[in-house]
Design a protein around this ligand. Structure first.
Ligand SMILES: *[C@@H]1O[C@H](CO)[C@@H](O)[C@H](O)[C@H]1NC(C)=O
Ligand SMILES: *[C@@H]1O[C@H](CO)[C@@H](O)[C@H](O)[C@H]1NC(C)=O
Ligand SMILES: *[C@@H]1O[C@H](CO)[C@@H](O)[C@H](O)[C@H]1NC(C)=O
Ligand SMILES: *[C@@H]1O[C@H](CO)[C@@H](O)[C@H](O)[C@H]1NC(C)=O
Ligand SMILES: *[C@@H]1O[C@H](CO)[C@@H](O)[C@H](O)[C@H]1NC(C)=O
Ligand SMILES: *[C@@H]1O[C@H](CO)[C@@H](O)[C@H](O)[C@H]1NC(C)=O
Length: 437
């Protein structure tokens, strides 16, 4: 006796009935205890995982069970492997359940798997296999370099996911809205989100992140951290020595340089002159030992990177040991050094600005090396002489004067923009007149 008897019974339908009625009868007959049937369950699995495809049998009477892949190729013919693909294994064949597994699932395995009872008239059910591809941690591409005062353009890319991942840019816990683009690569999607953000120097090193969300990640997210690299032109500031310099002293000037990228080297020079022989340069420091008055002059520190250049200058005045000087602040004297440059703001300079003409402490300080009696006498004489000279000057209009520059950082405004400080910035330079005795 053929084992398909009950199936055949199920299909014995009274001919005169209308189609609808026949269907109803079929359903009723198949619910009946002796009707054999098969049921399949849909399966969702992660790419690379193992899928279980199960066919539930009802009232199995020994018929041949056939399992086919989405291309209707037979995988198993009643328990016997038909297709040569080792990833498929039959793991169970009972009266109630036939189960096969598919390992290392790929998106191309997706589709309907047929569970079929091979009877007179075939009776099948389809198990739909869906494959999820969770996104990898996204990557960040720099579309436009972040230059101070401009905009950074960053793209977060998740090249492969199924269904499409959701990307979100974050900064300090807040979302930055991006322009999302979705590309369908057949079975999988590539997603990107592009943001444009204005950048200032203070944003250098700012932390951003791009987060990828996906149903296969179970509420987790994949996060790419990114640090903003904001490029900016250098700033240069000479740290001047404190107090007045005299012959025999040594001078140390340190040039403090910023910038991104940091300028690789800084240049020291002397305006309208060559650097003195005794000048020693190491890194950003200029040193002159045993100063003499021939070292008088304006020293310049310059640095540059791809985004601009900057310079600061320092005017050295070496006083001799014997002559006693006083300084009278006066109106600014224009000068025109030959360099267009950045320079630091005066406010950036330390409070102990050397050779400040309005700082009487500077004069006192330099005298402290000499015995106190001598200082007293010299000071008294000095004050007296100055008064005399002033009186004589006023009365007789006989003047002898020399003028020189003070050290003065000039030019750079707070936003670090290039200013032609040396060319026209002499409002910033203070000159002063000096009465020599
Ligand atoms: C199985 O998946 C198919 C296709 O996605 C769908 O039409 C069907 O309703 C699903 N069956 C069950 C039982 O969820
Ligand atoms: C099919 O396989 C089942 C389980 O091994 C067996 O009971 C049944 O007899 C087989 N049917 C035929 C037609 O070989
Ligand atoms: C899984 O399948 C992919 C291609 O679909 C293959 O590159 C990979 O080597 C397979 N992995 C294993 C463990 O078989
Ligand atoms: C000033 O003093 C230094 C040392 O104190 C000495 O080397 C130098 O020759 C002196 N200069 C003059 C002009 O006297
Ligand atoms: C450099 O020389 C030029 C021309 O000789 C002069 O105009 C300028 O004032 C000089 N600069 C300094 C700082 O001495
Ligand atoms: C150097 O500067 C000092 C201070 O202004 C001045 O007394 C001296 O004459 C200058 N020497 C030279 C060589 O210019």
């Amino acid at each position: 006796m053929r084992p398909v008897r009950s199936s055949v019974l199920c299909r014995l339908l009274p001919a005169p009935y209308s189609l609808a009625l026949r269907s109803l009868v079929l359903v009723l007959l198949c619910i009946a205890p002796h009707c054999q049937a098969v049921q399949a369950e849909n399966v969702t699995v992660l790419e690379g995982g193992t899928a279980q495809i199960s066919c539930r049998l009802q009232n199995y009477d020994g018929s041949i069970v056939v399992i086919q892949n989405p291309r209707r190729q037979t995988l198993f013919f009643n328990g016997t492997r038909a297709l040569k693909d080792d990833r498929f294994q039959m793991v169970l064949f009972t009266q109630r359940l036939v189960r096969i597994t598919l390992t290392n699932v790929s998106v191309s395995d997706e589709g309907g798997y047929f569970c079929q009872l091979y009877t007179d008239s075939t009776h099948h059910q389809v198990a739909t296999l869906s494959v999820l591809v969770p996104p990898e941690t996204p990557t960040v591409e720099v579309k436009q370099e972040a230059v101070e005062g401009g905009e950074a353009e960053l793209t977060c890319v998740s090249p492969r996911s199924k269904p499409a991942a959701t990307l979100r840019w974050m900064r300090k816990g807040r979302e930055i809205a991006g322009v999302v683009s979705l590309q369908d690569n057949g079975k999988t999607f590539s997603v990107s989100s592009t943001i444009r953000i204005p950048v200032e120097r203070k944003d250098d090193g700012a932390a951003l992140s791009c987060e990828a969300f996906h149903p296969a990640l179970n509420g987790q997210k994949r996060i790419r951290h990114y640090r903003l690299d904001v490029y900016f032109a250098p700033t240069v500031r000479i740290v001047p020595p404190a107090g007045i310099l005299r012959e025999g002293d040594s001078l140390t000037l340190t040039c403090s340089v910023t910038g991104n990228p940091l300028p690789r080297n800084t240049q020291w020079s002397k305006i309208n002159d060559t650097l003195p022989e005794r000048a020693e340069i190491s890194g950003t420091t200029l040193q002159i030992s045993r100063l003499s008055q021939s070292h008088n002059g304006t020293y310049l520190c310059q640095a540059q990177n791809d985004y601009g250049r900057a310079a600061d200058h320092y005017t050295l005045l070496v006083y001799d040991n014997v002559s006693v000087t006083t300084m009278v602040p006066s109106t600014p004297t224009p000068t025109t050094p030959p360099i267009t440059s950045h320079s630091t703001t005066p406010t950036l300079l330390p409070p102990t600005l050397a050779l400040d003409p309005e700082d009487p402490g500077a004069v006192v300080e330099t005298h402290s090396a000499v015995p106190y009696a001598v200082i007293g006498g010299v000071l008294a004489l000095l004050v007296f002489t100055v008064i005399c000279v002033l009186i004589v000057t006023i009365w007789c209009s006989v003047r002898q004067k020399g003028s020189y520059l003070t050290h003065e950082a000039s030019g750079l405004d707070e936003h670090g923009e290039v200013q032609e400080a040396f060319l026209n910035g002499n409002d910033a330079s203070q000159g002063k007149k000096e009465y020599l005795l």
